[in-house]
Design a protein around this ligand. Sequence first.
Ligand code: IPT
Length: 937
Amino acid sequence: MELTSYAPREGTLPPRAAFASDAPVLSLNGAWRFRWSPTVREAAEGFQEPAFDDSAWAHLPVPSHWQLHGYGAPWYTNSPYPFPVDPPHVPDENPTGEYRLAFRVPDSWRGHRAILRFDGVDSFFTVWLDGHRLGHSTGSRLPSEFDVTEHVRAGADHVLAVRVHQWSAASYLEDQDMWWLSGIFRDVTLVARPPGTIDDFTVHADYDGGAGTLRIETDGAARVLVPELGVEAAANEDVAVGAVEPWSAESPRLYDGELVTGSERIRLRIGFRRVEIRDGVLTVNGTRVLFRGVNRHEFHPDRGRALTRQDMIDDVLLMKRHNITAVRTSHYPPHPYFLELCDEYGLYVVDECDLETHGFMYDDWRGNPSDDDRWRPAFLDRMARMVERDKNHPSVIMWSLGNEAGAGGNLEAMYAWAKRRDPSRPVHYEGDPAYAYSDVHSRMYASPAEVDEIGRGSGKPFVLCEYAHAMGNGPGGLRDYQDLFERHDRCQGGFVWEWIDHGLRARDASGREYYGYGGDFGERFHGGNFVADGLVFPDRTPSPGLVELAKVLEPLRITGSGDGARLTVANQHEVLDTSRYAFRWELADEGEEVASGTLAVPGVPAGGRTDVELPPLPETSGETWLTVSAVLAADAPWAAAGHEVAWGQVRVKDAAAPAPPGLPSAGGARFDPATGRLTGLGELDVTGAVLDVWRAPIDNDASGSGTLAATWRALGLDRMTHRTDGIRADGDTLVVDTRVAPAARAFALRAVYRWAPVGADAVHLRLTVTPEGEWPEDVPLPRLGVVLEVPARYDRVTWFGYGPGEAYADSRTAARVGRFERGVDELQTPYVYPQENGHRIDVRSAFVHAADGSGLAVDGAPVFGLTARRWTTADLEAARHHAELRPRDRVYVTLDLAQHGLGSASCGPVTLPAYRLAVAPAEFAVTLRHRRGVTSG
Ligand code: IPT
């Protein structure tokens, strides 16, 4: 049975380069007739015959996945196979789709050969043209071509029939962490080959010491034309082209050319560059490369992996605008158009083969296809189809054998084949700890300490092919990694896991939209929300993690020089000088802009730095910050002039010493006589200031390998009780002594509130927290704060402090000091799986107000962390999808003394020691004030 054959394909053409030319092409994308069966047995008899009556069949768009059009259902597993592991066998429940398309070949095709190309079919498919069986293929994210010259006639009508099965032997090689989605999901094209033209070519465009050499190898006679370089040469000839600008991700210089045969003109986009490992360092054009990378799966919340060109452009533009310079195409070759974009806009690509056998890990890799000779042809076939298709892209600077496929001879054979076929590119593979078939030392999720240790050693260049798991709120610690990449030459950066959340758009019973993850589509066995771990939300809205990453990766570092009198601009580009940037400054006193201007920065070459005098600054009275940003001086292909690429802030004046709280007076604060809790302030309905240590666990606390939340829950930190031990007056000050502890435990926090009235409408709170009893060692607190409640109409927040986005102890690089205003709804970050979010860090003062301008003002002494939501922490914790959260009639304002960092423990290191919230004595102070509005009394 072909379905369970080790052989990858039959009846298809040898692999070759993807290219565009003036030869005719006929897109066969569009509405095809379609029939779906849950098993192979129920598939239609004789459907491949042209005369078969398909008029009762439905239509399905090609390209698409049938599960996203109501046939079967999406299924998410991370590494385990969704079927019994018994290679090469597949389950009887093998969903099968049958496709039919009638098409006409234009008259103009007379005399041409014709090739039928499928850019991607998941997973096993057989093709018939007018009832002739052409063959079958596997390799879901790889092209398959059939020569149909014998079967098509110009001017005639034809019927194409394709039968696709969800499971086949090849499924054992495609166990990537993503949705199982089937069907013809990439383009189908009929490609004309004019008589006597070539089928394949390889561009060798080398760069050395300012000059380029060009040789285009072809399988037939052709001329090479590159007008801009005055090149007019024969194919297969070495041409010294003289001085050229090299291609790099930062400066993606392409030279347009043509490959001309007697009957065809083929488009060339040539990038001259040389990739080399020199003394253990990976270089491009002689310069050390630092991958500011991401792992990119192809994903769209409605279309799955069937991306439109616009989706791909959106990805590339978003990456470029967030200082990303490299992409690992995890874990399969992308749609070929994506690589054209990478060539043009400038992104280094680690092109990864469509290969993963992760599920064998659960049986200690026994039976792993990677080390079983019977699978060798399939492994080599996959590598060849990727390399041949993508070899002419300057952006591809490294091949990757695949992901999580263990170790074995078939991987070694792939490596050997690739090195022979293409000695110009290094090869990457992470899964073999000996790196016997990898030119780089590659790791996933190594901790900063380990990266540091590797960096001090020597050997192959080191990359983190995955790090900083971006699941939910996080990742924390990006800056700590970047510092190491900058410190050790050998540490050449990495690729954040991962680019996008794979949440599929769905609707609940009441019609509300949400993003579905594993288990939301009736799967009985699945990987839950581990599929939602990207830097952008499913709709490509940047998450706070991406904003943080952009700042950490910024190519210019703008800092205050030690003496505070000057600024330092360090150019961290590998190639570019600073001439493309304009520098702007703004001075803000307590967040209010008081002056601004442009700053003259002398040109700084790549890798250089310069000191710049501060502009003359006016006198200010309060806490004053100078913000300097580097923006694009002119439009770039990927962003408009004015786009901010980097920024820095310098504090030029400290806050004035806090005014003494003022003379205690009768005061407007009211308290519950039994609990000592605040029940009102002036005319403001504000309650609480209840100590809170709990946060709705983030994925890094609770998912994947994150175990902290389980420890916290076992200790009872999610169910603290409050006991008031005493309420007494100390002069004008009300002292409320409380003990906060969980049932079943003897440890506690002693929380003493000192409420001192300040004028008629304000009260000053000093809170001291002291641990009591034996707290378990090494368990941090989730948070330490107090919760206040105000009526729902106080739904806007203005604050002075760090913002505008959410920030946590280990993810705050992108936050800057300023005055910001947001609605409470805008303060929420809609993580696909609800969890702690929206925290603003080191806030000096905040005003939670209603439309009439009245509200609760909070002044820190000096700072506090701020969250405000329309639901409680318990609501947030209980919800499984963001859309389930329902606003209550209160706004819950948490003022944090501190919060535990985010870390990356859902798949990687726990929060680093510097960002842990230890159980220890703590104290903080705020002044709460009722501010009257314009209309309210
Ligand atoms: C790693 C996988 O390579 C990647 O595909 C993804 O599953 C990621 O984990 C987690 O989201 S493998 C893991 C064993 C570290």
